[in-house]
Design a protein around this ligand. Sequence first.
Ligand code: HSE
Length: 400
Amino acid sequence: MVKVAVMGYGTIGSGVVEILEKNRARIKQTSGKDLVVKYVLDLREFEGDPIQSKIVHDYQTIADDPEIRVVVETMGGVEPAYTFVKAMLEAGKHVTTSNKALVADKGAELIALAREKNVNFLFEASVGGGIPIIRPLISSLTGDEIVEISGIVNGTTNYMLTKMTQEELPFDDVLKEAQAKGYAEKDPTADVEGYDACRKIAILTSLVCGQQVNYEDIHTEGITKITPVDIMYAKEMGRAIKLLAMSRQTEDGYVAMVAPFLLPIEHPLYNVNDVFNAIFVKGNMLGDAMFYGSGAGKLPTASAVVGDIVDMVKHMHTNIILNWDETPAKLADYKNSETRFFVRTKASKAEITEIFGIVEFVDIEELNDEIGFVTLTMNEREYEEKAARLSSVLQMIRFH
Ligand code: HSE
């Protein structure tokens, strides 16, 4: 029997407890052990709930109990999760977390500590919810150099962009609907400004480059400026607007960014809608692979946590080596990245061609006081320099 503690009895933590109970027999079969939750750490009491007898309020109770071999952290945020997780690893316990803020910020340090203590620190649920993406990167694809990893890693914004496209609704209306359905938080900033996706791509980039990526180095744009008019243009061009988190190997290191992109219909991410996530991986030997599924939500995310628990039970006395050390990663400047840029402007065709040279115009009849155009391929720096000379820029969205 293996005794487990869960820190944080919110959506994901309660999902973990539910799965461990519901699938107990199956989990025993696959892990070879009976897994029993002994403690649940939370500030609340949960009076009348069957979990009440397991509730503790002091993380030290868990750290000091030698019976606890596996700890789940589903509290979210960097502190106090960091202090608690560190204490658990120091006490020789295996830890799995769904907390992307913690992993993006302290991943390398906690991996090193787990190694020193010959235990494991795993975090499958921190990116892509229930989609297995971390394990393929640290296990199945270790024979490859990963040259690109990119995708839709935020369910909230994907749901919103899908609704804006399908129902032609403005951002604010769709946000209210997403909040009512529980797909967006009361304070939606982390999702809609791209910060959540930024931390997730920082984690993936750290894993593929083997060093600690500082998420603050990643150029990040959210979806708050996307309007129904942008969607009209996207449809006119046969494209869809998606918030992509991207990381690509270049001669100067990995270049990473988060921003809305215009995807053509033939792109594999074009049809990834609603709260679904999809992550595209290109290996130098593998070629292309795509991972698609439920990127958020109680049971999908808790399922990834339980997968980690089983893996840790199977590796009770072995540290699973993760290629992610504390050396700060130097990211390449995103301004050297090349793409085509879609621009909306009130400037005349003559002014546009004088500044940008050859462009493709996108004219929508109902919009008589503006025009859209798509540039030839150029880098971000060159685009910025030209756009600064244009008398008006209403919007810019990159092509992919
Ligand atoms: N708000 C996040 C999302 C939750 O929508 O992807 C999962 O990280």
